[in-house]
Design a protein around this ligand. Structure first.
Ligand SMILES: NC(=O)c1ccc[n+]([C@@H]2O[C@H](COP(=O)([O-])OP(=O)(O)OC[C@H]3O[C@@H](n4cnc5c(N)ncnc54)[C@H](O)[C@@H]3O)[C@@H](O)[C@H]2O)c1
Length: 455
């Protein structure tokens, strides 16, 4: 495919030999899959990152993200992809996409340091006609109020000399069904022409592009999606706590409610929220709302409830042990799964860490099992790893399942565990080994014996 021919944003401004169709800035969970998809669509892609480790690894065909194998990276290199730490490549880019981290500052507000430093690097090399897109999650107004002025330090004017747009990344690491190509891409341009240029660019490798009125609406769409998840997870977490006291089986209620074909989406309780998005992004929005002089109460409440869940897990663990005449301080506790979600290696903001910290503070002897994590430290202290799952479960006084990795099968857990607290409802799902996909709500599994509980 001749990407340049089909894309007004890709009109050559530089000598053909030096030109990249795309430079992706930040080659992590978001940037690398984007680069891979663009390479597959026939674009000439350069990856720019500040980390020598990341760049050297990629140029040696070693993947560091879950959704791409090293073989995938090898194929990218064969098709002309290169990674570099040299920002000079930006001068030869037709399109530049910024995928750098947007973490929280120590005070809990937005830390746009990587975004501003990326924008400054681009400004130093920006050429007329280039399309610049911000994909990093951030508060409404960032593209226009923070990124645009930095880019314009180049002397070029956004919307006149170069195109500027925001397009949130919606990647769901570990999701085998939805990837870059078949997840609709939201795009908001600084001007109509900027939006059009960005839509045409993504049209090279994304099936559906959804235009918003401007950059702010696209920024807000992402935060709406993540705040919606955050708030609804908090809702079921709060319900889980009082349903336990009321003697209501919430998992059963959720399964029943989920049979309604409209107006309801099922969310499930858990040990807290993790990952780079749900615990962090809503803070970006509440920061922006606070500049108006009032709080974003839904987010604050959701944060309060979700961050209390690790303590609730400890309370339930303690009760489970006490019912068997044991004390947490003299118990061997095995944590199953320490990543923030199933079947990936990403540990960022994982609730396993506060759970482990609280258990250690109460004197429990900890170990963990996780097929995706070879070593695990909490506050600088190594937690011993168990690799034989069945033996580890059998030897622990209490097993706490924190992440529902595929290998944690209900039958296996129930067979070997002395005491088990399942914080993910694995024991309430049909056993995949039983081969039944659609089991009616009333046929859902229940823990089979004393000492086995679901959150
Ligand atoms: N991980 C996800 O599931 C996900 C999903 C949707 C959106 N996002 C958002 O996408 C953005 C990137 O997240 P991620 O998970 O890919 O982060 P990441 O930490 O996996 O990768 C970011 C990369 O950017 C590099 N980097 C940092 N500063 C840089 C700079 N100034 N110039 C060039 N490279 C730089 C880092 O070395 C790193 O390799 C964030 O805003 C995040 O909120 C992430």
């Amino acid at each position: 495919m001749d990407a340049a021919a089909s894309n007004p944003a890709l009109v050559p401004e530089q000598p053909a030999a030096a030109v990249s169709d795309l430079v992706v800035l930040g080659l992590g969970y978001v940037g690398l899959p984007l680069a891979a998809e663009a390479v597959s669509a026939g674009l000439k892609v350069t990856g720019l990152d500040v980390s020598d480790r990341v760049v050297d690894g990629l140029n040696s065909a070693v993947s560091h993200v879950d959704d791409l194998s090293s073989e995938d990276v090898d194929r990218m290199l064969e098709r002309g992809f290169t990674a570099t730490t040299d920002p000079a490549c930006l001068a030869a880019a037709r399109t530049i996409v910024i995928c750098v981290p947007t973490p929280l500052s120590p005070e809990g507000g937005p830390d746009l340091g990587a975004v501003t430093s990326a924008a400054r690097s681009i400004a130093a090399h920006l050429q007329p006609g280039t399309l610049v897109i911000l994909e990093s999650t951030t508060y409404p107004g960032t593209t226009d109020e923070v990124v645009r002025p930095l880019l314009e330090e180049s002397g070029l004017v956004a919307g006149a000399d170069f195109h500027l747009a925001f397009s949130p990344e919606r990647i769901d690491p570990g999701n085998a069904t939805f990837g870059v190509a078949n997840t609709p891409k939201v795009v908001g341009g600084l001007t109509e022409e900027c939006g059009e240029a960005a839509a045409v660019f993504y049209g090279n490798f994304v099936d559906t592009v959804v235009r918003t009125r401007g950059t702010r609406e696209a920024e807000m769409a992402k935060l709406l999606e993540n705040t919606y998840r955050h708030v609804n997870i908090a809702l079921v977490n709060e319900m889980a706590i009082f349903c336990q006291e009321l003697g209501v089986d919430l998992w059963d209620s959720i399964a029943a409610a989920a049979t309604k074909p409209f107006g309801f989406q099922a969310f499930y309780p858990g040990p807290g929220v993790g990952g780079h998005c749900i615990p962090i992004d809503p803070n970006y929005l509440s920061y922006k709302v606070k500049t108006l002089g009032y709080p974003f109460r839904f987010v604050e409440l959701a944060q309060e409830i979700n961050s209390r869940m690790p303590s609730y897990v400890i309370q339930r663990a303690q009760e489970l042990l006490n019912e068997s005449g044991m004390a947490l301080s003299r118990s061997k506790v095995l944590l199953l799964g320490v990543t923030y979600k199933a079947d990936i290696a990403d540990q960022r903001e994982s609730p396993a860490r506060p759970v482990a910290r609280k258990l250690a503070a109460k004197g429990a002897t900890l170990s963990y099992h996780d097929p995706h994590v070879e070593s695990w430290q909490v506050d600088g202290v190594d937690v011993p790893r168990s690799t034989d799952l069945d033996q580890a479960i059998a030897e622990a006084d209490l097993t706490i399942l924190l992440t529902d990795h595929a290998e944690y099968r209900p039958k296996r857990l129930e067979e070997y565990a002395r005491l088990l607290l399942d914080t993910r409802g694995v024991l309430r799902r049909p056993d995949p080994e039983a081969g039944t996909a659609a089991v009616p709500a009333q046929a859902r599994r229940r823990p089979r014996r004393e000492g086995i509980q679901v959150l």
